[in-house]
Ligand binder design. Structure first.
Ligand SMILES: [Zn+2]
Length: 483
């Protein structure tokens, strides 16, 4: 295929569904999965004369997202009507923002494949309402009818529009993952791609290397996983390259990705902004945001992933890889932070949170915020390794029991008799027994076969049921074996 002859240009439009309790212009609930049309009122049904009232929380979330992506927050922004007809849009227009959005001129930094950082511009972020949902061939007259569910109508969205700054599907995914992580950290979106809380449209075009003007772009619509977004972009790039190689012209259009075939297909010719006859919504006054409000939201911003990674490296001395894994999710980062605050050894805590804790969470499908082993309990357990009450290996047994029962480590260590044996007399006795039972191996060791030492350590630990202090065992074994 000829795609290497062309430079790829990608811009992304992401729709982020906000986690507010109520809709953007009425008091209806935004809960997902309720009975069809049970969360509606005259405003979101578009009944004549019903007037929208802007949800203050939506504005706060927009400001929060704008600040976290380095945008300028407009002191005055305006809601506009985007006019089009579709059965899931009862008013015949969508309330959105057009000429004067609330946020502009932002950026995000991503890591590229060759390892360097790259800045991706964010053109704008605006607030808008979602449309309802059509259910095809479901319900009592399955197959012959379509039904309209307006529970989702008027649900608050942010549309985050990037500059066409990405040059490969990998860069697009890096940007999306970064954005996804940020809106989750901010608590403005639940980040669920499958349920459509975080949806992405990709504008993809190609141009011969060195050409300044952009090629004609295709817009890929509504793709609901990171993997599919990458597949859709890669397919689209090859498709356009084949067209240009054959001397053809790419048509500007909207295309749908089919996850079964891995291909995109034409949905409709691309509409232009003027097709929508945007005009300011006369039912909503311009939105004025005071500098004080912006400042207050800024003060309340949580520590964001990049800052967390840097702090974990700086303050806790852990490798970048660990810091990134631990910061991937805000709840996990807070769990780790709380554990280190109580125990102090950043690396040991990192190993346990990324290891045992993460493993058990995955096995049980539990969120870290619901972990039966709290940071307090984990720190207490690690403290017992430090003071030689138990070995690191026994600690895993204790952890398992803590996970099951929710009990404190000391209680389990006491009840199960797991205290480490540091009494040298007791250890010596075990060593003597092991040596007496393995005289052949003693000969081998004395004959220069150092590897056998590990065998003896293993036997002694086994005989002590893992409770012998490993350092003491090592030291005493060496002496005894040398005879
Ligand atoms: Zn409503």
């Amino acid at each position: 295929m000829g795609s290497s002859k062309y430079e790829v240009v990608i811009g992304l439009e992401v729709h982020v569904q906000l986690t507010t309790q109520t809709k953007i212009f009425c008091g209806c609930s935004t809960r997902f999965g309720s009975a069809p049309n049970s969360q509606t009122c005259p405003v979101c049904l578009g009944l004549p004369g019903a007037l929208p009232v802007l949800n203050r929380k939506v504005v706060e979330y927009a400001i929060r997202t704008g600040l976290a992506t380095h945008c300028a927050i407009a002191p005055r922004s305006v809601f506009a009507r985007k006019n089009y007809f579709y059965p899931d849009l009862p008013k015949g227009y969508q309330i959105s923002q057009f000429e004067l959005p609330i946020c502009e001129h932002g950026h995000l930094e991503i890591e590229t494949e060759d390892g360097g950082p790259k800045t991706i511009g964010i053109t704008r972020i605006h607030m808008e309402e979602d449309a309802g949902k059509l259910l095809h061939g479901e319900g009592p007259e399955a197959g012959s009818s379509s039904f309209v569910d307006l529970n989702r109508a008027c649900t608050p969205l942010l549309e985050i529009v990037s500059e066409p700054d990405m040059r490969s599907s990998d860069e697009a995914i890096a940007y999306l993952k970064k954005l996804h992580q940020i809106v989750m950290y901010l608590g403005v979106c639940d980040g669920n791609l499958e349920e459509g809380s975080f949806r992405c449209d990709a504008n993809v075009s190609i141009r011969p290397w060195g050409q300044k003007e952009f090629g004609t772009r295709a817009e890929l619509k509504n793709i609901n996983s990171f993997r599919f977004i990458k597949q859709a972009i890669d397919y689209e790039v090859e498709r356009q390259a084949d067209i240009l190689d054959d001397g053809g012209k790419v048509v500007q259009e909207t295309r749908l990705f089919d996850s079964v075939t891995g291909m995109t297909r034409s949905m409709r010719g691309k509409e232009e902004a003027h097709d929508y006859r945007y005009f300011p919504d006369p039912d909503l006054v311009p939105l004025v945001v005071s500098p004080e409000w912006v400042e207050q939201v800024r003060q309340e911003l949580p520590e964001l992933p990049e800052a967390k990674v840097a702090r974990f490296i700086r303050e806790f001395g852990i490798p970048r890889y660990d810091a990134e894994v631990l910061s991937a999710d805000r709840a996990m980062a807070e769990y780790y932070d709380a554990t280190v605050a109580r125990h102090g050894n950043g690396k040991l805590c990192a190993n346990w949170v990324m290891g045992e804790v993460q493993r058990r969470l995955n096995e049980d499908g539990v969120a870290i915020s619901d972990s039966p082993v709290t940071p307090e309990l984990l720190a207490a357990l690690l403290g017992r390794i430090d003071d030689n009450t138990i070995s690191g290996k026994i600690a895993k047994t204790v952890f398992e029991e803590m996970w099951r029962s929710g009990d404190a480590p000391d209680k389990i260590i006491e009840e199960k008799g797991l205290k480490q044996v540091t009494d040298t007399g007791a250890i010596e006795q075990i060593i003597d027994e092991v040596i007496a039972a393995n005289l052949d191996q003693v000969e081998e060791y004395r004959g220069g076969k150092d590897k056998v030492f590990g065998f003896f350590v293993g036997q002694v630990m086994k005989a002590s049921k893992g409770k012998a202090n490993p350092a003491a065992v090592n030291e005493m074994l060496k002496k005894k074996l040398q005879g």
